[in-house]
Design a protein around this ligand. Structure first.
Ligand code: GLP
Length: 258
């Protein structure tokens, strides 16, 4: 729990940098970062860009794997997650565009989309898995685009977006009607395979979802509760996002270290 958005971004960026260093130290020459979109990680990416400029970390030989992509947006649509990540991550962080992988939402049939999803899983495996996965959380507790009800062991696949999520994301489009109805998202099982997870959330709108994810039952009703199953998951929150946590004093004391 940190008082300002800047401190949230800095703390989360620290986890990512440590994850990259740990991967390199373990002999992985091409560390893999799992990339989230949305507003939550924007500050984190800005801090990482500063760290690149300062020579603290280098993403030139890294690979980035996006969590999810919309289905059916025209190629190069500015709100497709490929374009968002090219703009907000590849450029600022010096991650070569050919090292960015995004699920393929362009298939025109269920079979084509399913084949693309299976191929995405293969590419993650070929890259040696994700070293550090950046996550946001939906106001309904979704992770990636794994909406409530998603299987806890799910893999990359097509999902329908909930109307709440479409409404939340309408701000990025001209109208609600322009928001796609479907996506291809890494599954919760895919996310759990990453070696380290870092979830960032800020604002009162996330407080209920954060409380359910961190302290509620492990349940498909709150997909982000799968973080409880992961041995190395860090949750970085601002004050407003943390207000629903009952054991907050304990988390603050733990975060202060030994
Ligand atoms: C989006 C993304 C998620 C993101 C979440 C929260 O639609 N698919 O990966 O974490 O919803 O978004 P935001 O950070 O903008 O609140």
């Amino acid at each position: 729990m940190l008082p300002t958005a800047q401190e949230v971004a800095e703390r989360a960026a620290r986890v990512v940098i440590e994850g990259v260093r740990a991967a390199l130290a373990s002999g992985r020459t091409e560390p893999v970062i799992g990339l989230a979109t949305g507003s939550s990680p924007v500050g984190l990416y800005t801090v990482l860009a500063g760290a690149v400029e300062a020579g603290e970390v280098d993403f030139g030989r890294a690979r980035g794997f996006a969590l999810d992509e919309y289905v059916g947006l025209p190629p190069r649509h500015p709100e497709s997650y490929r374009e968002v990540l090219l703009r907000e991550v590849c450029g600022p962080l010096g991650l070569p565009p050919e090292r960015l992988h995004v699920p393929d939402g362009s298939g025109d049939s269920e079979e084509a989309l399913a084949a693309g999803a299976a191929d995405y899983e293969r590419r993650i495996a070929e890259a040696g898995g994700v070293d550090v996965q950046i996550l946001g959380i939906g106001a309904n507790g979704h992770l990636g685009f794994n909406e409530p009800g998603s299987a806890l062991t799910s893999r990359t696949r097509v999902k329908r977006l909930s109307e709440r999520t479409r409404g939340d994301n309408a701000r990025f489009f001209d109208s609600l009607d322009a928001v796609p109805t479907h996506c291809v998202t890494q599954g919760l099982g895919t996310v759990l395979d990453a070696r380290r997870l870092v979830l960032v959330a800020s604002g009162a709108g996330k407080a209920a979802a954060v409380a359910a994810a961190v302290e509620g039952p492990l349940s498909a009703s709150c997909p982000a509760s799968v973080l409880q199953w992961h041995a190395d998951a860090v949750v970085v929150l601002d004050e407003a996002a943390a207000v629903g946590l009952a054991n907050r004093d304990y988390y603050d004391a733990s975060a202060a270290g030994l």
